[in-house]
Design a protein around this ligand. Structure first.
Ligand SMILES: *[C@@H]1O[C@H](CO)[C@@H](O)[C@H](O)[C@H]1NC(C)=O
Ligand SMILES: *[C@@H]1O[C@H](CO)[C@@H](O)[C@H](O)[C@H]1NC(C)=O
Ligand SMILES: *[C@@H]1O[C@H](CO)[C@@H](O)[C@H](O)[C@H]1NC(C)=O
Ligand SMILES: *[C@@H]1O[C@H](CO)[C@@H](O)[C@H](O)[C@H]1NC(C)=O
Ligand SMILES: *[C@@H]1O[C@H](CO)[C@@H](O)[C@H](O)[C@H]1NC(C)=O
Length: 828
């Protein structure tokens, strides 16, 4: 009766069952060819010389008829560190034999079949002479005429790494499926070819890797990471090509390996945990030294939306325990899809079959909302409503058959996110600012006799013992968790007094780098892509832009490669950060950054190619674009700016809005280019107005007045641009320099006051026929070019006024406050 519990009750077992552990005989660790072991209860394993490690058949704690071919700590109960046969257990009587030509061979005598072997063929003049179970936990197969092992378990890690173990590029550690199921689980630790050590989730069926939830950040070329080393002192680090190291353990704490057993295990719940135990008092059980990531529930998805369900299953909520390990819980009205898989998905207990007769059902108060504080499923949104109050937010979900939950964030302008099923990446954490309301049916569909899928009651209790067993098992896991929590709470109070805030911030940054689609190109790749920088597309404030074709990161795409030539020294340090910031912006009215190159002195940015050139060419070319097209372009630019100012994660002030920086894609949609680069632009020493980042004619007056630069500088430039779009002419026209109308911004207000708008638009009948809109656009532009920044509207207000959703008041004279008008005259 005690056996099934020893493994589950690792902590308890050490206290209670310790005397029952077999005391193995001394061993040389050497295994001769021809020696074999059979799977049986109480069969003795092959031991390392010190007796610390054992190799053999380990009886499964959950089923005493099944055995796992494994390596384990012989003196510590139930600490399996390596397993063969992909974690599949074998029947009693199965046999492992050391052979010269195939190494270790696992076979099932009853079926007389070979189940697993270390190799299909060692016989190419390099067979096995003997095996050796070492004191480091490494099982080594050797040919006596060579020093290098023919095979070693350290090169084929399962879910655990041990001191002295090294993992090369492409090395993988896979979590188990659950505490007692050793098949490959949903989490991986990998050293990927770019030099980063990552933790990621994977799809179990296909093996597809989802986004990472930890990144070491050791991919800076040329000193990329190339090995993960767990050295014999118990330090774990990524070794870079220049010999420098990136430490994973310790963050202060390493116990000497002489007096402590140590291991790093990727737990089945996705947390990489370093454990230690004093050799002299193993009865206290393993203590947890450090967890990676620090908060697995919030680290996952820190870089943005991803596929998969997250740490827990779909519709489930990840809650971090005091032991830094997650538990998963179903929201109210939901229960586990597989009652045995507590980390799995949750199914609704109510009828959630979409929109069939939804109106009637919701009328009958069939649904209600349950409040979940500090909880969110951040990647299940399908609508964002705001500003919106909490009641409206809830009501909009209750009356919407697509809505599974709403998250509400209270602030000055409260926002409401509607979420669709299945909900993914759920987490409950004090850091989560949203309150989520989940929609729950009032009728327990699981109890509905018409529902044939979920039985009303469990099938007739076949035998009471079994269900009692189940109960006990469940209970013990619970007790175990509570105990572990208690122990680890203690540990973490000692070692993690401060939340590792900086560490987390750095992590989030790195994650963004890895998961954003911004690719790091080599200079050679870009030289090839642009055929040696031959086809010039244009020259701008930052350098020359070339056309190129990239095929290294997916299907071939046409790109514009911008060679930056004026990066200031200080800005260069920020280059990566800025580039990653830019890479995070995704909007249909922004030109997408595909990648970058930072090599030696070279700084290049790779953008998607815009086939229809700049707005300047379109607007000031021979043919006047249609009024309708100009309206669309105006709204597109406004949307793009609104996104940069208010909707992306960090506010971006463009500082150089002008028609040369607006590009047109295949469908003549406006796309803003060069955003986020203002910070990188070095002061231009050759011009007189050194501090101005921007282009004459579009630059807001505050640049000249040492006033703080805010988003309103973009609003000003947008106003000038809007005038140009309305009139199809440049804001500063040198040909008319002595005439009335040389400076569009001045002339515009004159026209407005004298009511001669038609002369301004040069008798554009199309526009004049759309008089209300024309006037509205015109007035908005006059608001935008107000000299006093505080008078200018925000882009949000601009958007509302352009769309006719808000009234446009009568604009004052833009230069009312100015002392002189130098700032609106052509500069230089
Ligand atoms: C060990 O390797 C040598 C050649 O490298 C080979 O001749 C010998 O047969 C191998 N020993 C065994 C036991 O296979
Ligand atoms: C293990 O790594 C640590 C940190 O890099 C170093 O201080 C220590 O000397 C190393 N131990 C051995 C045995 O190499
Ligand atoms: C680690 O050690 C440094 C000083 O060596 C100390 O300032 C820091 O608080 C320690 N961190 C933790 C988590 O104990
Ligand atoms: C619905 O009924 C099932 C089966 O009786 C039960 O397991 C579940 O907890 C119930 N759900 C709710 C929300 O009452
Ligand atoms: C849960 O596990 C038990 C024993 O492992 C098994 O008999 C039962 O069928 C499982 N239940 C489900 C729903 O898979």
């Amino acid at each position: 009766m005690a056996k099934p519990f020893t493994c589950i009750f690792s902590f308890f077992a050490t206290l209670i069952f310790l005397p029952l552990l077999p005391i193995y005989a001394q061993s040389s660790g050497k295994i001769a060819v021809g020696q074999s072991l059979s799977a049986a209860t109480n069969a003795s394993p092959w031991l390392s010389p010190s007796g610390d490690f054992a190799f053999g058949f380990h009886q499964l704690p959950t089923n005493s008829n099944l055995f796992l071919l494994a390596i384990w700590y012989a003196k510590i109960p139930d600490t399996i560190v390596w397993y063969a046969n992909d974690g599949n257990p074998v029947r009693e009587g199965s046999k492992v034999t050391l052979t010269a030509d195939k190494g270790l061979v696992l076979s099932d005598p009853q079926a007389s079949s070979l189940l697993w072997s270390t190799s299909d063929d060692f016989s190419n003049g390099n067979g096995v002479s003997y095996g050796f179970m070492s004191d480091t936990g490494n099982l080594v197969l050797k040919n006596s005429s060579s020093n290098d092992p023919v095979w070693q378990s350290f090169n084929h890690p399962t879910d655990t790494l041990l001191p002295t173990q090294i993992m090369e590029i492409n090395g993988v550690v896979n979590s188990r499926l659950s505490e007692n199921n050793f098949r490959k689980g949903r989490f991986q630790l990998r050293l990927i070819p770019n030099g980063n050590l990552v933790l990621n989730t994977r799809d179990r069926a296909s093996g597809y890797n989802y986004g990472a939830y930890y990144i070491s950040g050791t991919n800076e070329r040329p000193n990329t990471g190339h090995r993960l080393i767990y050295n014999e002192s118990g330090y774990m680090y990524v070794l870079r090509t220049d010999g420098s190291t990136y430490d994973l353990l310790p963050q202060n704490k390493t116990n000497p390996t002489k007096s402590y057993y140590q291991r790093a295990t990727l737990n089945f719940d996705g947390v990489l945990m370093w454990y230690s135990i004093p050799k002299t008092s193993i009865s206290n059980g393993w203590s947890m030294d450090q967890a990676l990531p620090d908060n697995v529930c919030t680290s996952i998805g820190a870089s943005g939306p991803q596929l998969g369900s997250g740490i827990c299953g779909f519709n489930s909520i990840c809650v971090l325990g005091d032991d830094k390990r997650p538990t998963c819980k179903c929201p109210p009205g939901y229960s586990l899809l597989d009652s045995n898989d507590t980390y799995g998905s949750c199914k609704p207990d109510f009828k959630a079959d979409g929109c069939v007769e939804y109106a009637q059902r919701s009328m009958k108060n069939e649904y209600r909302l349950e409040r979940l504080p500090s909880t969110n499923w951040p990647f299940s949104d399908y609508e964002k409503l705001g500003p919106y109050n909490e009641d409206d937010c809830k009501m909009s979900c209750l009356t919407d058959c697509f809505c599974a939950a709403v998250a509400f964030q209270d602030s000055n302008s409260p926002i409401c996110w509607k979420k669709k099923a299945p909900l993914s990446y759920g987490r409950q954490d004090t850091k989560v600012r949203e309150t989520t309301w989940i929609k729950v049916g009032n009728v327990n569909f699981s109890n509905d006799p018409l529902n044939t899928f979920v039985p009303l009651f469990p099938p007739k209790a076949k035998n009471k013992v079994k269900s009692l067993d189940k109960f006990l098992l469940g209970g013990s896991v619970f007790v175990n968790l509570v105990l572990l929590s208690a122990i680890s709470l203690g540990i973490f109070l000692i070692y993690h007094k401060k939340p590792l805030k900086e560490f987390e911030e750095g992590q989030r940054k790195k994650l963004r780098e890895y998961n954003s689609n911004v690719h790091c190109f080599s200079y050679q790749e870009l030289t090839d892509a642009t055929k040696g920088f031959t086809e010039e597309l244009g020259r701008g404030a930052f350098g020359v832009v070339y056309r190129g074709m990239i095929s290294t990161v997916g299907p071939p795409i046409c790109v514009a490669v911008k060679k930056l030539d004026r990066i200031s020294h200080d800005a260069d340090k920020e280059f990566r950060t800025e580039v990653n910031g830019i890479g995070q912006t995704h909007h249909r009215n922004l030109v997408r950054l595909v990648g970058f190159c930072k090599e030696g002195d070279q700084r290049l940015l790779v953008y998607e190619y815009m086939s229809n050139g700049t707005l300047a060419n379109y607007l000031f070319g021979e043919l006047r674009p249609s009024w309708v097209a100009r309206i669309q372009i105006t709204l597109g630019i406004a949307r793009g700016l609104l996104y940069l100012h208010e909707e992306c994660s960090t506010q971006i002030i463009h500082c150089d809005i002008k028609p040369q920086n607006i590009l047109l894609d295949d469908n003549h949609n406006a796309r803003i280019a060069d955003f986020g680069l203002a910070k990188l632009l070095v002061l231009n020493q050759t011009h007189t107005n050194t501090a101005i980042r921007g282009t004459k004619g579009y630059v807001a007056p505050e640049w000249f007045r040492n006033k703080p630069v805010t988003v309103k500088v973009d609003v000003y430039s947008f106003g000038v641009l809007l005038l140009e779009i309305i009139c199809c002419r440049r804001s500063v026209c040198m040909e008319f320099i002595e005439e009335e109308g040389a400076i569009l911004t001045d002339w515009a207000f004159d026209c407005y006051q004298s009511n001669t708008l038609d002369s301004l638009v040069n008798n554009d009948m199309e526009a004049l026929n759309d008089w209300q809109r024309l006037k509205r656009f015109f007035m908005v532009s006059l608001w935008c070019i107000q000299e006093d920044p505080s008078l200018r509207p925000t882009m949000k207000m601009v958007m509302q006024m352009l769309e006719g959703l808000a009234e446009v008041p009568k604009p004052p004279c833009p230069t009312m406050l100015s002392i002189t008008t130098t700032n609106t005259k052509p500069l230089g």
